[in-house]
Design a protein around this ligand. Structure first.
Ligand SMILES: NC(=O)c1ccc[n+]([C@@H]2O[C@H](COP(=O)([O-])OP(=O)(O)OC[C@H]3O[C@@H](n4cnc5c(N)ncnc54)[C@H](OP(=O)(O)O)[C@@H]3O)[C@@H](O)[C@H]2O)c1
Length: 268
């Protein structure tokens, strides 16, 4: 497993396990248990996934030491004015006494700056290891950095070969913000692409593994999700091959600004 150092000086496993749409209780519990058993040590959840309880139970039952598992959860849009209360609820559901990474889930207009200041307080009191944002554009990040003290450790955004957000990645690199790639498999929608299929067969790998590898080689933190034990294992086996510069360039050129999730670009 590769780790990346965040600007908070905490280390994050570069490959994590996504949990959106894993239903509580059984499906989320079993999938997270399977991921931990296969070696994942980084789990990404959110209040709005309604599965923090199942994630917490799977982590607890794994008997893996708390400090060896990196847990991310997110502040939901309706909680921007009650951050402390929302944080406490997430801690309780996850059955932990700190979160490794707490993110603003979406850059809600008008409330995001005050929500961030409340998160800064939790961070300054050392009750959360790192704080970050999600779905922030360059404009949102510039505004945040001009009005608050702490530069986000992470910006978690949709990022895959069909949504290669190069400008945002360059901006994040310049400011020491780690880019975390969500929906790295294009939410499963573009696994039939011929360029990716050819590159995958050349490496005796799958298209999913090539998509994850491409993102890792861009320096991203990557969080694929699966409910299937075989695919959970497959998505973890991405550290035994490397894409060439030519292959990277060819995958970069697949970009078509294709979004599978929400689009924050018009959020003022
Ligand atoms: N911050 C945000 O706003 C935000 C938004 C979206 C996602 N996220 C995070 O990012 C994580 C990943 O994104 P995502 O869940 O949207 O999509 P994803 O990881 O890009 O793709 C998941 C889809 O691909 C399928 N899949 C997984 N591995 C596969 C493989 N090896 N071969 C073929 N198909 C495979 C899955 O089906 P099976 O489950 O049946 O395998 C599922 O349909 C989420 O779970 C969540 O934690 C965050």
């Amino acid at each position: 497993m590769e780790y990346k150092e965040l600007n908070s000086k905490n280390n994050i496993p570069a490959l994590g396990f996504g949990t959106w749409q894993l239903k509580p209780i059984k499906e989320a519990y079993n999938s997270v248990a399977s991921a931990l058993e296969k070696g994942y040590r980084h789990i990404d959840t959110a209040h709005i996934y309604f599965n923090e309880g199942s994630v917490g139970k799977a982590v607890q039952d794994s008997k893996i030491k708390r400090e060896d598992i990196f847990i991310t959860t997110k502040l939901w849009n309706w909680d921007h004015k009650k951050v402390e209360e929302a944080y406490q609820k997430s801690l309780k559901k996850l059955k932990v006494d700190y979160i490794d990474l707490y993110l603003i889930h979406f850059p809600v207009s008008k409330t995001r700056i005050d929500a961030w200041k409340a998160m800064e307080t939790i961070y300054k009191e050392k009750r959360v290891k790192s704080i970050g944002v999600s779905n922030f554009t360059i404009k949102h990040l510039e505004e945040l950095m001009s009005k608050t003290d702490i530069v986000p450790a992470v910006n978690q955004v949709e990022f895959h070969p069909f949504l290669y957000q190069k400008d945002l990645l360059d901006f994040c690199n310049k400011h020491g913000i780690a880019l975390e790639a969500y929906s790295p498999l294009s939410h499963g929608k573009r696994l039939d692409d011929h360029t990716l299929q050819d590159i995958a067969s050349a490496h005796k790998k799958t298209v999913a593994q090539v998509m994850i590898r491409w993102s890792l080689q861009h320096g991203n933190i990557v969080i694929p999700k699966s409910r299937n034990p075989g695919r959970i294992k497959q998505n973890f086996e991405v550290f035994d091959f490397e894409l060439s510069e030519i292959e990277m360039t060819s995958i970069n050129s697949l970009n078509e600004n294709y979004r599978t999730c929400w689009d924050p670009t018009d959020t003022v």
